[in-house]
Design a protein around this ligand. Structure first.
Ligand SMILES: Nc1ncnc2c1ncn2[C@@H]1O[C@H](COP(=O)(O)OP(=O)(O)OP(=O)(O)O)[C@@H](O)[C@H]1O
Ligand SMILES: [Mg+2]
Length: 472
């Protein structure tokens, strides 16, 4: 059974039961009210009738004649009139049927100042015909009544129209239930369709966000999920395209040179050695590409362990710089500036990797005779204390439009680079709670600046109060 059908049936059932209860209650009240109203009417009529009978009796009319006189009126207004003697024997009856029978006046009950007697399926209001002349006293008794059925069953006349109204109400509310059930079930149906399309490989799905709070949340969560899935699918596709593109160039070159060797197109030992070197270089490049890529994906998947500890970045930067200084062997000038030790909370091995990447780029982009300058200084970022390390090199420029792109994987503007260094660098810096920025000026040069938070004094020193621990 569908959700919509189930909701519809439940709504309709509840409405039906409610209508039934309300109808029954209404009929009960109606019956009670009608009974009261009719009894009151009979009670009201009983006195004038008794008075009239008494008046006719005084004129010397017999009960039978009196009956003949009032029968027509009584029938017309729907009441039954009996004239009884003082023992309760029926002397005359507008319906004639009860004449001669005995009405048990001892079973009389009193209510609202009227004496009531029930007999022969009727309810009678019994009133003595008090004579005008007191000394004659009560001569007879008049009973004005109506059949019990007409007293109690007045509501039956209403039943057909009431049922019709009930059916109408049920039909209308069933219609509304149907619409309601549909509006509740529709978001789910849409979600199911979208999920089915996603399962079929069409990941770019958005469902309308509407309905109840729960369905809104569900739709939002679904949309987020489908966005994330389609984003990672796109990333994966781009990644594969990039990798195959990046591998194709060295592979083609390796294949070409290897072919030259096998076809003995190069023969002189010097040429062979040169070709072999090229093949080796290209294989190196592919090796580096694959290992860098693997490292980057592990970084992005948070699978690279970081062991942060308080590290003096002045010391770390100076060591790195010295290594490069030795390698560069005087082609460029190296400068170092620092105020003193500057502690940051970082993994020393990873941070060394970051500085190496930045210095490698700097060396590659500095023209001969240029300058590479590393500066270390304590400084804030967004009101948090930490350490800035700046790597500046003269003579290179990155246009504004490229300053975001250089951090993307495979973005490189020179033929020897893989375009992975800065992507890895940014991942490492950010994974340690740091930031990386780039500034470039065609007149002076390019500067990469990284910032890392200072060690939390509480964590390092233990028991110091918080206020003192912040920024010293
Ligand atoms: N100091 C710099 N001056 C000018 N341009 C730079 C500098 N550092 C990086 N770039 C530009 O940013 C690009 C991306 O740098 P990145 O380090 O990511 O890649 P790469 O150096 O080309 O290759 P890889 O580092 O993977 O061997 C470089 O190709 C270069 O165009
Ligand atoms: Mg690089």
């Amino acid at each position: 059974m569908t959700l919509r059908a189930k909701l519809f049936l439940s709504f309709t059932l509840v409405i039906f039961v409610c209508l039934l209860l309300a109808g029954a209650g209404f009929l009960w009240i109606l019956q009670h009210y009608q009974f009261q109203a009719r009894a009151a009417r009979i009670a009201e009529l009983s006195r004038p009738v008794a008075f009239q009978v008494a008046a006719l009796e005084r004129q010397g009319q017999s009960p039978a004649t009196i009956m003949d006189l009032i029968r027509e009126d009584a029938d017309e207004i729907g009441i039954r009139v009996l004239i009884l003697d003082l023992n309760g024997k029926v002397m005359a009856d507008t319906g004639r049927e009860f004449e001669g029978r005995q009405l048990d006046l001892n079973s009389a009950t009193r209510s609202a100042g009227i004496v009531w007697v029930e007999a022969w399926g009727h309810t009678f209001a019994v009133v003595p015909t008090v004579s005008m002349r007191p000394f004659r006293g009560i001569t007879s008794v008049v009973a004005v009544g109506t059949p019990n059925s007409s007293l109690r069953n007045g509501w039956l006349a209403l039943l057909p129209s009431l049922s019709l109204a009930g059916l109408g109400a049920l039909a209308v509310s069933a219609g509304i239930s149907w619409l309601l059930a549909r509006s509740i079930a529709r978001p789910l149906a849409e979600l199911t369709q979208a999920a089915t399309r996603m399962a079929a490989g069409d990941f770019d799905q958005t469902v309308p966000v509407r309905g109840t709070r729960e369905t809104i949340q569900l739709a939002q969560a679904f949309n987020q999920m489908s966005q994330e899935v389609s984003r990672s699918y796109r990333t994966l596709k781009n990644f594969l395209a990039d990798v195959s593109h990046e591998l194709r160039t060295p592979l083609t070159s390796v294949k070409g040179f290897a072919q030259a060797l096998t076809e003995q197109a190069v023969t002189s030992p010097a040429e062979v050695a040169e070709v072999a070197q090229i093949i080796l270089d290209e294989a190196d490049r592919m090796d580096r590409l694959v290992s860098d890529l693997l490292f980057l994906s592990r970084l992005e998947a948070n699978q690279v362990p970081f062991n942060p500890e308080p590290v003096d970045l002045t010391e770390l930067a100076r060591t790195c710089l010295r290594r490069f200084e030795r390698e560069a062997a005087g082609a460029v000038r190296f400068e170092f500036a620092a105020d003193g030790p500057a502690q940051a909370m970082v993994d020393p091995t990873r941070t060394e990797q970051v500085l190496t990447n930045l210095l490698k780029n700097a060396v590659q982009h500095t023209p001969e005779g240029g300058t590479i300058r590393v500066t270390v200084a304590a400084g804030d970022y967004q009101q948090r204390s930490g350490v800035w390390v700046r790597v500046f090199n003269s003579g290179s420029f990155i246009p504004e439009s490229d300053r975001d792109k250089i951090f993307q994987r495979f973005y490189h503007r020179n033929h020897y680079g893989l375009g992975l260094g800065l992507a890895i660098t940014r991942e490492i810096v950010q994974a340690q709670g740091g930031i990386i920025q780039v500034n470039s000026d065609p007149g002076t040069g390019t500067e990469f600046a990284i910032w890392h938070p200072a060690p939390d004094r509480l964590a390092v020193d233990g028991a110091k109060p918080k206020l003192l621990a912040r920024r010293t």
